[in-house]
Structures are given as structure tokens and as C-alpha cells.
Design a protein around this ligand. Sequence first.
Ligand SMILES: C[S@@+](CC[C@H](N)C(=O)[O-])C[C@H]1O[C@@H](n2cnc3c(N)ncnc32)[C@H](O)[C@@H]1O
Length: 276
Amino acid sequence: MTIVEVLKLSADYLQKHGSDSGRLDAELLLAHALKVRRLDLYLKFDRSLGEPELSAYRGLVARRAKGEPVAYLVGHREFMGLDFEVTPDVLVPNPDTEVLVQRAVAIAREAEGPVRVADVGTGSGCIAISVAHYAPNADVWASDSSPEALAVASRNAARHHLSERVHVQEGDLMSGLTGEFDLVCANLPYVASGAELPAEVTAQPARALYAGDKGAALVARLLTDTPPRLRQGGRVLAELDPAIVAAITELAGRTYAGHRVHRDAGGHERVIEAWF
Ligand SMILES: C[S@@+](CC[C@H](N)C(=O)[O-])C[C@H]1O[C@@H](n2cnc3c(N)ncnc32)[C@H](O)[C@@H]1O
């Protein structure tokens, strides 16, 4: 079978087994199995595949069809134009989070001098590292309660030559971080316990997904705890599920001088920005 034939068959198979991006998944997995770039598949569409190559690919497609995220199968994922190592110890970086990073980078770049940024619940480090990459005046402290996640974040900081400006620290929310910050960013768990989720989501660590109070508990605790940790003019940016926007904006209205909600590329209310 040729590359083009294999891609057609496997894309259809994945689509039938619950993937809403069957063709893309098939291409990413085949490129990984053949150890080539995705673009190379298009340059060699008519190349025949041998049995060992097909067998490795079939294994990956079978795992994907059972719900394993592509990023865990290939070991990395693109986010904000950067490539991040991803393992089952961390949430797969999600494009919905890019609106938070874009706003964080804009805030950091508007500052005249160096800025101190915290990324709370850093996981793979995708927020902390993207902010440090696109805002060279930012020094970023990245915290997580999971040492396994922090090991991945440290490797990603080194991968992007940012270990000197991205400092990882274990702890509950901001408890392991010292000093005050110009900007506190967070994509914390916000799924209500007991919510029905697709296999691709439940394959990710439960500590990265679920929070009490119908999903609002951790974001609410962060917003309540953060004011004394902000410098004059400091801001907090936290990712939300649309289901918790009402509870969180009500809390922000009581705790902060001002707040606004940013929408993601799909038009959903996704990020709260709050300030004094
Ligand atoms: C939704 S994931 C986000 C990961 C990453 N920031 C991203 O955007 O892809 C949430 C992360 O928060 C961490 N976490 C959960 N509860 C926490 C807590 N109480 N304190 C610190 N980190 C926590 C989890 O280990 C997980 O890595």
C-alpha cells in the first residue's frame, strides 16, 4: 500500500471511531511512525510502505481509536507556534489557551521594564514558556502541585533555551512562590466532578481536569488568594470553562476593582482578566 492509500483508509477509520480530526491524526501518526515530517508525506505520496512500517503504524492507529490523544502517542504538541514535549503526566496544550497567552504577552510587552510573571498549574509549562519566549522582558515562575508535571515543564524550558527565565516550583497554587507579581496567569482544572467527557479527555491526568464547586473551586481560590501577591497595577488572567463564568465574574466583581472576560477563537468566554 502507498502512503496516500494508507492515509485515506486510516483517516476514515479514525473518523468512525470518534476522532473529529481523523485525517490530521492519521498524518501526524504516520509521520511519527516513519520518522519524517508531516510535509514529507505529501512529497512522497506514492511511496510503498513495508510490513514493519505498516505494523508500527497500525499499533498507533489502534491506540488512537481507543481514545489516546495523538500528542501522547507522538510525544509532543505545537502550541503558540512552539513545539512542547507532552507525556501522560501533563494536560495536552490546548489551542483554547492561546488567547490567555496572547493577552499575557501583550500585558508584559506594554510594561516599560522587566516584569515578574507567575504561571500557576503550569503542567507542560506551555503558558510560562510561551510568555517568556514572546516577551523577553518577562521572568516567569511556574508552579504545579505535581512533581511529574514539573519535570516535563523543566525539560520544555530547556528545550526552548529558557531555563534562566522560567523557574519551576512545586506547591499548592502560589504557596511555593515568593514575592509579588506583575501578572499571575493560570489554567487550572475547571471541569465539574462527574462530568461526562470523551475518552481523549479522560486519558489526561484527573488532577489536571477536575475541581470542586461545579468546576469553580480552584480558580475561585486563586482569585481570592492573589490580591496581596500583586504589585501595583498587577493583573490576573485565569482560563475558564463557559460553565463557571457566572460564578467567577461574580466573585471578581466583589474582590477586584475591575475585570473583563476574553473570548477564545471559537467565540466562547474563556479567560477572566482582573485588576485593582
Ligand atoms: C488544566 S492543567 C493546565 C496545564 C497547563 N497550564 C496548560 O495550560 O496546558 C492544570 C494543572 O494544574 C495542576 N494543579 C491542580 N491542582 C493544583 C493546585 N492545587 N496547585 C497547583 N497546581 C495544581 C495540575 O497538576 C495540572 O498540571
